[in-house]
Design a protein around this ligand. Structure first.
Ligand code: KG4
Ligand code: ZN
Length: 384
């Protein structure tokens, strides 16, 4: 791109799961008369002019999980109004937008198609470039928007549908170091909460119940902990919770609290064990004075996990730091899609004239296309 315009506006659209989100991001290049810096995106000043999220949680709660058909219809009901509201809040018109960034995958195909068709229509009518963004890339690049983190860094992506440790080397250059071989962590939280009768989504409920619990009362397994590979497994943990419940005669509130605390400790133990190995691997490859581990995704809201990762950083010889984006940018949102769109926009010198009409919705779209597709991993595929 040329830096003729000193202010760039990107419209971001997200609809891959159960949140309809629209955001407008502005970016101003600070020193445009100097030579183009190596990391152009961080050389500008960015601001979220609007960041709207419409959650469908109430519509899915009764079913104990996301219902794809309901999700797609709900996106359709609200999308156009949300785009209008986002423009109004940012006080700009579509004409002033430089590019439209939309989640093209991975996720629930019906929802993705609603977002993509809305974005294509706007791009075509208003003659704007369209950028199809990988939802996982949105999560992966968020710390650059919130904390100006430069490449490379380690990322722990933990949500309802994905559990991955990634090496973020540069824009479009991602290496998956580890994944779950079965359930995602958020999924394990949700399923355990369900069998304890705590409701959906389970993560916050488990965390709340764990506050008054004894994390040492139940000795739950730490699957794959200590294994040389970095992959993780959480379905055994959930099964262990079920077995413990079955062994109790009458399940009291204290039992539930103790089970939640024990479960949370086991999850955090496994994560920290894997992350410490990933840190060692990072140090072998890069000589960063201040290496960074970023934790993102809905599970990153968990204070025990955050606290334990922070402690792990402090226990290292190197000056590691942990960054967790603010909660509203950890869970699904369109600001992260707008930011990833901005990074692609800045990295391109020209855009095709087809307004991205060839972009397809992809229910599966790994960030690291070279990584092995592990059996069972990301089965749910939608909650990311
Ligand atoms: O990223 P996210 O909002 O949505 C997608 O998965 O795309 O993540 C939702 C997941 C759910 O499984 C939820 O139970 C979990 O994140 N979660 C938590 C907490 N808050 C949300 N898990 C543990 N502790 C929490 N405080
Ligand atoms: Zn997500």
């Amino acid at each position: 791109m040329t830096l003729r315009d000193d202010k760039i506006y990107i419209l971001g659209i997200e609809s891959s799961c159960d949140e309809t989100a629209v955001s407008i991001l502005s970016w101003v290049y600070k020193n445009k008369h100097k030579a183009k810096p190596k990391d152009l995106a961080l050389a500008g000043q960015s601001k979220l002019c609007s960041d709207l999220v419409f959650s469908q949680i109430d519509q899915h709660a009764a079913f104990g999980g996301v219902v794809p058909e309901i999700a797609a219809r709900a996106h359709l009901d609200i999308m156009d109004q949300l785009i209008k509201n986002a423009l109004q809040e940012a006080n700009i018109s579509l004409e002033e937008i430089h590019a439209i960034a939309v989640t093209a995958g991975p996720g629930l195909i019906g929802g993705l198609m609603v977002g993509l068709m809305s974005a294509k229509t706007l791009a075509l009518i208003h003659n704007k470039p369209l950028i199809g963004v990988n939802h996982l890339e949105g999560h992966a690049l968020t710390p650059r928007l919130t904390d100006q983190i430069s490449y490379p860094y380690l990322l722990l992506l933990v949500s309802g549908g994905h559990t991955q440790i990634l090496l973020i080397k540069g824009l479009g250059d991602y290496e998956r170091l580890a994944t779950t071989i079965d359930d995602a962590i958020g999924e394990a939280f949700d399923k355990s909460a369900k069998l304890l009768g705590l409701g959906y989504p389970g993560g916050p409920k488990v965390e709340q119940a764990a506050i008054s619990g004894d994390p040492k009362r139940f000795d739950l397994p730490r699957p794959l902990k200590g294994k040389a590979e970095l992959d993780m497994s959480f379905s055994g943990l959930k099964t262990a919770v079920r077995r413990q419940v079955e062994q109790l005669e009458a399940v009291t509130e204290q039992d539930i609290a103790d089970l939640c605390a024990s479960f949370q400790l086991a999850v955090s133990d496994v994560i920290c064990n894997r992350i410490s190995r990933a840190m060692a691997l990072f140090e072998e490859r890069y000589n960063e004075a201040h290496p960074t581990i970023v934790v993102a995704g809905g599970v990153a809201a968990n204070k025990t996990i955050r606290g334990d990762l922070d402690k792990l950083c402090h226990a290292q010889d190197k000056n590691w730091r942990m960054i967790a984006p603010p909660l509203n940018l950890c869970t699904d949102n369109a600001a992260m899609i707008a930011w990833a769109g901005l990074e692609h926009y800045l990295s391109k010198t020209k855009f095709d004239t087809n307004h991205g009409l060839e972009i397809e919705a992809r229910s599966r779209w790994p960030l690291d296309e070279q990584a092995n597709n592990l059996v069972g991993h990301g089965r749910r595929g939608a909650k990311v």
